[in-house]
Design a protein around this ligand. Structure first.
Ligand code: ADP
Length: 582
């Protein structure tokens, strides 16, 4: 069956059904009422007519007449109250056996009804229902000439005409009512449906995500309230949605840019989310087909993680290539949800811890060696007493002083580095001539170079002061360290060339030697604290292994740089750069 979708059609159907039901009930009552009324009138008029007096006079007429049946008929037909019209209502005079003796009509063929039977049995028959075909009254009249039955029969033609007239009226009213109903329901539906259509269009737009349209509130009835509520709802929905969108954007930005990796799996262990950091840390292409087992099967069991209760989480480690990853796993939105895994890259942290441990070990070692020397030489002097020749004594005391100096240098260098580490390094920036500073360093180092028979040369533009904005003492310390390294790590009789000048917008100091050089594998580690290529040589020459670390820190505070190129066995080039003062 086709479903009725339009509200207008539904309204028309309901109205038509209503009017049909109403007219049917009214029609039925009306027709039944008319019929009942006619029957009641029939019997009332019979009762009034057939009074005792009238019956007595009928009896007298019958007894006196030779043709009693004809006389009785005539008398009864003369009674206008009885309404004998021959067409619909007739009078019959019967003998006690039911044989028609005379009648107001020629049609004497009558049916023996209950009323007639009652009269034959000596009783008055006066009952009729609305549903029966006719109305009749049978009265037995006992006379000396025998019993006559007076029988009045109405074939209900009048009442039938009346009811059919009523039916016609009802049907006409019904047609008119239905027509009015249809017109009215169309008008009503227009009043009701127009704002509902506007609301429907509005809801469709809202469903499509367009909240801009505000519906016009045209009435103050329930539909007006509904339209107002719809407008309010749409406004609240829009602001809620934009808040949710904001949160979503914030979260997705956080998710995309966070340094920790995040991977999420559904309850079946299939990947549902991952961020770029996770892809990078796990060193593999992730997609939504990857499972928990494939990624973390070696570290954890999915079912066990799913069974954890908040705020419990599972922590483990995973090694991917040369990375050390810390994994934090927890279920989300149990029991359906899934598992969230946060990946924290601890490679750098572990490296730092290792460096710190090595540093502490190095410091202890660096200080223990001179301390042991100091102790053993001092003990020798004490235990030997006067037996120790004076020249040996002064040699031992010289060693003690040297070792004390070395310890002092180490402690001073460590102090300097720790000041850099904690940002406590104080610098006094002034404008000074880098050319002057380099010349000063070369002069200071010249004696040392000559002691090793090195040829120390300095090449600079005489007229360019190479002005720098910085801490002169610290910059001289850097240049001194580099020049003294060149002297230390070049076999006697070597050549050390120092040059300084301008390179584009910046200044440079270049120290080149033809010394022992540095193996390529050591070059990246030279700035690490206590890193020394040849430990014995460094110590012997008074090195602490901290000079280049300090140099790098100082230069970086001046926005400068240091670069070391070297060929093992051939020599080393050290390039320092500094920005020129404006
Ligand atoms: P040190 O006090 O040991 O000289 P540095 O930090 O100044 O410490 O230097 C670190 C290491 O780099 C040295 O121990 C040495 O092995 C190497 N080095 C530095 N400069 C030179 C150079 N000019 N020639 C060869 N090796 C060098």
């Amino acid at each position: 069956m086709r479903r009725v979708n339009s509200l207008r059609t539904k309204l028309v159907i309901i109205m038509v059904l209503l009017i049909l039901a109403l007219m049917t009930v009214v029609g039925a009552f009306l027709m039944n009422g008319v019929s009942r009324f006619y029957i009641d009138r029939f019997y009332d008029s019979m009762e009034q007519t057939f009074s005792q007096d009238f019956l007595r006079s009928l009896r007298e007429v019958a007894e006196e007449s030779d043709t009693p049946a004809a006389q009785l008929k005539e008398m009864l037909m003369a009674q206008s109250d009885l309404g004998i019209d021959i067409v619909s209502r007739n009078v019959y005079i019967l003998d006690e056996n039911g044989t028609v003796l005379d009648a107001s009509t020629d049609d004497r063929d009558i049916t023996v009804t209950e009323n007639l039977l009652a009269a034959m049995n000596g009783r008055v028959g006066e009952g009729s229902s609305a549903s029966s075909d006719c109305m009749d009254l049978a009265i037995p009249l006992e006379t000396s000439k025998g019993t006559f039955l007076i029988y009045i029969l109405d074939n209900r033609a009048t009442v039938n005409d009346l009811t059919s007239a009523v039916l016609t009226i009802v049907l006409r009213s019904l047609v008119l009512g239905v027509a009015i109903c249809v017109v009215l329901s169309f008008l009503l539906s227009r009043i009701l449906i127009t704002p509902i259509r506007a609301l429907t269009a509005g809801t469709q737009q809202v469903a499509a995500g367009d909240f801009s349209q505000k519906l016009e509130v045209a009435s103050h009835d329930e539909i007006g309230t509904l339209t107002r509520n719809f407008n309010d709802m749409s406004r609240v929905l829009q602001s809620t949605l934009s808040e949710v969108e904001n949160e979503r954007t914030k979260l997705s930005t956080l998710f995309l840019t966070m340094t920790d990796g995040v991977t999420a799996f559904d309850a079946a262990g299939r990947m549902i989310h991952y961020n770029p950091a996770a892809t990078q840390m796990l060193s593999r292409n992730l997609d939504l087909n990857v499972t928990f087992g494939e990624l973390y099967g070696g570290e954890a069991e999915f079912d066990k993680i799913m069974a954890l209760q908040r705020p419990e989480f599972f922590e483990c480690e995973k090694h991917v290539e040369n990375r050390e990853l810390e994994l934090f796993m927890a279920p989300f939105a149990p029991p359906q949800g899934g598992v969230l895994v946060v990946i924290h890259d601890v490679t750098e942290q572990r490296k730092n811890e290792q460096t710190r441990r090595e540093f502490v070990a190095n410091v202890s070692h660096e200080l223990r060696t001179p301390l042991t020397n100091v102790k053993s030489y001092a003990e020798t002097i004490i235990t030997s007493g006067d037996e120790l020749p004076p020249e040996m004594r002064s040699k031992f005391l010289g060693v003690i002083v040297n070792e004390a100096d070395r310890m002092t240098r180490i402690v001073q260098d460590l102090l300097t580095l720790s000041k850099f580490d904690y940002g406590k390094m104080e610098m006094s920036f002034t404008r000074f001539s880098l050319a002057e500073a380099v010349r000063h360093v070369c002069e200071a180092e010249r004696i040392d170079a000559e002691n090793h028979s090195h040829k120390l040369t300095l090449a600079m533009d005489e007229h360019d002061t190479l002005d720098v904005l910085g801490d002169q003492e610290r910059i001289e310390q850097v240049v001194m360290n580099v020049v003294s390294n060149a002297i230390k790590y070049t076999p006697d009789g070597g050549e050390i060339r120092v040059s300084a000048g301008r390179d584009g917008n910046g200044l440079f100091v270049h120290v080149k030697d033809n010394g022992i050089g540095i193996p390529e594998k050591d070059l990246p580690h030279l700035y690490e604290r206590f890193y020394r290529v040849d430990k014995a040589r460094s110590r012997q020459s008074g090195g602490t292994g901290l000079g280049l670390s300090i140099a790098q820190e100082i230069l970086s505070m001046h926005n400068g740089s240091i670069r070391i190129d070297s060929v093992f066995g051939e020599g080393t080039d050290v390039h320092l750069t500094l920005p020129a003062a404006e």
